[in-house]
Every structure is written in C-alpha cells, then in structure tokens.
Ligand binder design. Structure first.
Ligand code: HEC
Length: 183
C-alpha cells in the first residue's frame, strides 16, 4: 500500500482550475441560466399576430359579447344583430315603448305602474277603479278637486301616486281616465 494510492482515493476530483470552472458552471451558472429562460418564458411577449382575423376588433367583441341581453317589448329584432359589440347600435336602438306609445295606452300604462297598486285593489281605502258608488261623491266635488288631490296628495293618497317623475299633465290625464271609468 503506497501513500499515493490512499491520496488518490480520498482526494477531491477537482484538481485543476479548469475543473473548478466546470463545476462552477454546472452548480451555479446552469440553474441561473434555466431560471432566466423560465422568467423570459413567463414574462415574454405572447407572439400574437395582429393581422390574424381571429384577433380583429370585431371577432374579439363577438367573443366578449354577453350571453343574453334584455329585450324590451318595443325593441326591433334587428337590434339584436346590430348589438355586435358597438355602442353605436345602442344609440340607434328604437326608443322604449313608454316614450313611443301615446294617448290612451300611455295613460293606462301610467295608471298600471303608478296608481293600480292602490286603486285596483282599494288598498288603504283608495277608491277602486270603475267602482261608481265610491267615485260618485268624489266626482261631485269637481274635477279640479280631484286633480288637486292627485297632484298634492290626500290623506293616504301620496302626491302623484308617489311617482314624482310624472308630469302634472300626465297625472291629470290619469285622473280623467279614472273618472271616465267610474261613469
Ligand atoms: C299608495 C296608494 C295610492 C296610490 C299609489 C295612488 N293612490 Fe290615489 N288614492 C289613494 C287613497 C287612499 C285615496 C283616498 C284618499 C282619501 O279620500 O282619503 C286616493 C284617492 C284618489 C283620488 C280621489 C281624490 C279625491 O279628492 O277624492 C284620485 C283622483 C286619485 N287617488 C288619483 C290617483 C292617481 C292618478 C294615482 C297614480 C298617479 C294614484 N291616485 C295613486 C291611494 C293611492
């Protein structure tokens, strides 16, 4: 057993500066390089071709389109197609039915939304629509009195039926309608 054999067995494999560099590369530089590549992969630009038709404004808007949308009674079905994501379509959409409808239909719809809750059921002692006996004494007191009660309120009857956005003319027209129904 010579001393050289022993030394050979237990000494490090790294003996020359060249080997030190190799080990440094393998243990340090290599993982760092991999981390840099990964970072580049995650943060790098996704290679999207802007000329691809799938990424056109129209196609993207179509994909982002909501699954459903509210259709009002007065909306034309063509408005659906125009809704392909452009706000212009909304601007040119036909007006809501309430604004479009006129005359008797409008008055009846105001009655239904603002007055019927009390005047169809007779809630809180409201004179029922079409109930001649409860309306007769009120009609006798004069149309102006009725207008005034409807506009300013009377006991449990709130001003304008609680809908302050109604115009005076509309409220008066609804009173006329209620009076006509009671005759
Ligand atoms: C919250 C319930 C309620 C709503 C909503 C309501 N009313 Fe009345 N209304 C009453 C009650 C209660 C009376 C009876 C008041 C009384 O004579 O004491 C009444 C009475 C009236 C009268 C008779 C007033 C009089 O001088 O005899 C008129 C006209 C009238 N309402 C019109 C309307 C109109 C038009 C609307 C909708 C725009 C409306 N009301 C909505 C409760 C309501």
């Amino acid at each position: 057993m010579s001393g050289t054999d022993d030394e050979e067995e237990h000494s490090s494999a790294i003996k020359t500066p060249k080997q030190v560099i190799t080990v440094l590369l393998a243990a340090f530089a290599f993982p760092v390089a991999i981390i840099m590549l990964l970072a580049q992969y995650v943060t790098g630009d996704p290679s999207v071709d802007p000329n691809n038709p799938k990424f056109s404004d129209e196609a993207v808007a179509k994909r982002l389109k909501p699954v459903g949308r509210l259709v009002l009674a007065g909306d034309s079905p063509q408005a659906d197609e125009k809704m392909a994501g452009t706000s212009q379509a909304a601007a040119t959409a036909p007006p809501a039915p309430v604004a479009a409808a006129d005359g008797a239909d409008k008055i009846k719809s105001i009655y239904t939304t603002s007055c019927a809750a009390c005047h169809t059921t007779g809630a809180a002692g409201a004179p029922k629509l079409g109930d001649k006996s409860t309306w007769a004494p009120r009609i006798k007191s004069g149309t102006d009195t009725l207008y005034n009660s409807a506009l300013k309120g009377k006991n449990a009857m709130p001003p304008k039926g609680g809908n302050a956005s109604l115009s005076d003319a509309d409220v008066k027209a609804v009173v006329d309608y209620m009076v006509a129904e009671a005759k």
